[in-house]
Design a protein around this ligand. Structure first.
Ligand code: GTP
Length: 237
């Protein structure tokens, strides 16, 4: 069992591509969806916000000269592709899911309706939120915090390539030290590169705790929820 009733999992698009440079690694997808199934077995209601960076990055597009709003919409469409991929693999494993898109696309998934999403979760379905917040200039991290608050989640867990938040980039600096716990204010003041500032500020305002962990290790999602394994918890004072 878990102390948490409802949790939002933020998955980056990059997590779905494994060691490939682009798109999906189906073996990695299956491993992640196995881990997600384990969480459902803990009796937790789960929803997911998935990014799109394995297919298209809005920021990259705008750096290349594309208008930022258009580039962000292209990124949102990439998240819909990822949501459908996750849904398909999960349903092959017998997990009930619903995809709800912030940009209505009636022919391929349901439109986002807050109360409908809550109902789906009460019925034990995993809700996958696609198309971020539906608005350009907001990251999928901000969308994840927004949806977590709207859904009254007790916790947001963010699966990344590293096992928590460090005082320095652990890939560049082997001396970097991992925090076990850290405050929203510390993250904001020190500009720690864990989520964008808007996402952290929104979490702080709404007292939403965040756990950052590595999605690369099998079984980690359930462990982090049970406060086992390695992660960093971001919360208030
Ligand atoms: P309940 O209302 O709890 O029974 O939920 P439900 O999702 O099972 O019922 P519903 O009849 O609303 O949906 C049945 C299936 O149709 C599900 O797979 C939904 O995801 C899908 N669905 C519902 N609305 C839409 C939509 O607007 N577009 C698409 N493409 N699928 C939809």
């Amino acid at each position: 069992m878990s102390n948490y009733k409802r949790i939002l999992l933020k998955l980056s698009g990059e997590a779905l591509m494994g060691n490939k440079g682009y798109g999906h690694d189906v073996e990695v997808l299956k491993r992640i969806t196995d881990d997600i199934k384990e969480v459902v077995n803990l009796g937790v209601q789960l929803c997911i916000v998935v990014g799109g960076g394995n297919i298209y990055r809005g920021m990259h597009g705008s750096n290349q000269g594309m208008e930022r709003a258009t580039a962000d919409y292209m990124g949102m469409l990439a998240t819909v592709i990822n949501a459908l991929a996750l849904q398909n693999i999960m349903e092959q494993q017998g997990t009930q899911t619903r995809v709800l898109s912030a940009i209505p696309m009636m022919s391929i998934c349901e439109p986002y309706v807050r109360r409908k999403a809550q109902r789906h979760m009460e019925k034990g379905r995993i809700v996958i939120f696609a198309a971020g917040s539906g608005s350009p200039f907001f990251t999928t991290d901000s969308a994840a915090v927004l949806r977590a608050i709207e859904m009254n989640c007790d916790l947001l867990i963010k699966g990344t390539q590293v096992d928590g938040v460090y005082d320095n980039d652990p890939k560049l600096n082997p001396e970097a030290v991992k925090f076990d716990e850290i405050t929203y204010d510390y993250v904001l003041k020190n500009n720690l590169n864990v989520m964008d500032m808007a996402a952290i500020a929104l979490a702080r305002e709404n007292k939403l705790p965040i756990k950052v962990f590595s999605i690369k290790e099998a079984g980690n999602i359930a462990k982090v929820i049970k406060a086992e394994g390695r992660f960093t918890k971001i919360q208030g004072e």
